[in-house]
Design a protein around this ligand. Structure first.
Ligand code: NAP
Length: 252
């Protein structure tokens, strides 16, 4: 067991990549607290974890709201006594060109994808510092490295996640807290399904050097490594788990 009895918060654990991360952490002995705006989805992840004999807790949290995040973090500490791992995964993808974008779409994209990372980190840091132990993992995107039409606001948020990861790593390193990011490529989840039609999906697949979309388990395996003590000398990094997409000039 690679994270036996470690207590992990996973935001957006009710669906897609977050769900895959919850399952993998639980398989390796972790106790998982799921923060999701969709409580029923979080519950179904938790039931799967409990069926396999591990512990899980679900809290309905909008991670873009400070008071909800702070209250949920307190509940996790009172339920399990500790927080060892925080995975900031919850995100939204709202498509719009900049010229036609409403301020609401801009604000929601930045709040859920970037501000939430700040809020969740701020809530757990005092606890992790007190225990001189912590692993924080932030889910960015290949669009934190590049741009795409109708997703400039999403890229801005995901690039911000990488900057926040680097800055936090320098602040928290002296407290034995590691902070890293993963930049997923194109991963087969409900978000991808909502954002793309089948024609676009085929074209996108052809641009991936490994010629397949990722699955949540691909991200979950990398996440498990980065939050485990095997990665204890890695901090401030963003690992792109993208089938080679970030290495390609688009002619793959
Ligand atoms: P997903 O299937 O839509 O799952 C996201 C989960 O987060 C959902 O359960 C969602 O609930 C929840 N959520 C949304 N807003 C929230 C909020 N304010 N507070 C708490 N929970 C909230 O998406 P995914 O594809 O697994 O994406 C997970 C992460 O990976 C995101 O940060 C995304 O940007 C990133 N990513 C995804 C891909 C990809 O190709 N799939 C690529 C690169 C990066 P609702 O369903 O109710 O909204």
């Amino acid at each position: 067991m690679r994270i036996q009895d470690k207590v992990a918060i996973v935001t957006g654990g009710g669906s897609g990549i977050g769900q895959g991360i919850c399952y993998r952490l639980a398989e390796e002995g972790g106790v998982v607290a799921i923060f999701d705006i969709d409580f029923e989805a979080g519950q179904s992840t938790a039931h799967e974890i409990e069926k396999s004999g591990s512990k899980a807790l679900v809290l309905k949290v909008d991670v873009a709201r400070a008071e909800e995040v702070n209250a949920a973090v307190k509940e996790v500490i009172s339920a399990f006594g500790r927080i060892d791992i925080l995975v900031n995964n919850a995100g939204v993808s709202l498509l719009s060109s900049v010229a036609k974008m409403s301020e609401e779409v801009w604000d929601q994209t930045i709040d859920v994808n970037l501000k939430s990372v700040f809020l969740c980190c701020r809530a757990v840091i005092p606890h992790m510092k007190e225990h001189r132990y912590g692993k924080i993992l932030n889910i960015s995107s290949i669009l934190g490295l590049t741009g795409s039409p109708a997703r400039a606001h999403y890229s801005a948020a995901k690039t911000g996640v990488i900057g926040l990861t680097r800055g936090l790593a320098t602040e928290l390193g002296p407290h034995n807290i590691n902070v890293n990011a993963i930049g997923p490529g194109i991963i087969d989840t409900p978000m991808l399904e909502r954002d793309t039609g089948s024609d676009l999906r085929e074209r996108l697949r052809g641009g991936v050097p490994l010629r397949r979309f990722g699955i949540p388990l691909d991200i979950a395996n990398a996440a498990l490594f980065l939050v485990s003590d095997e990665a204890s000398y890695i901090t401030g990094q963003c690992l792109f788990v993208c089938g080679g997409w970030s290495a390609s000039a688009g002619l793959a």
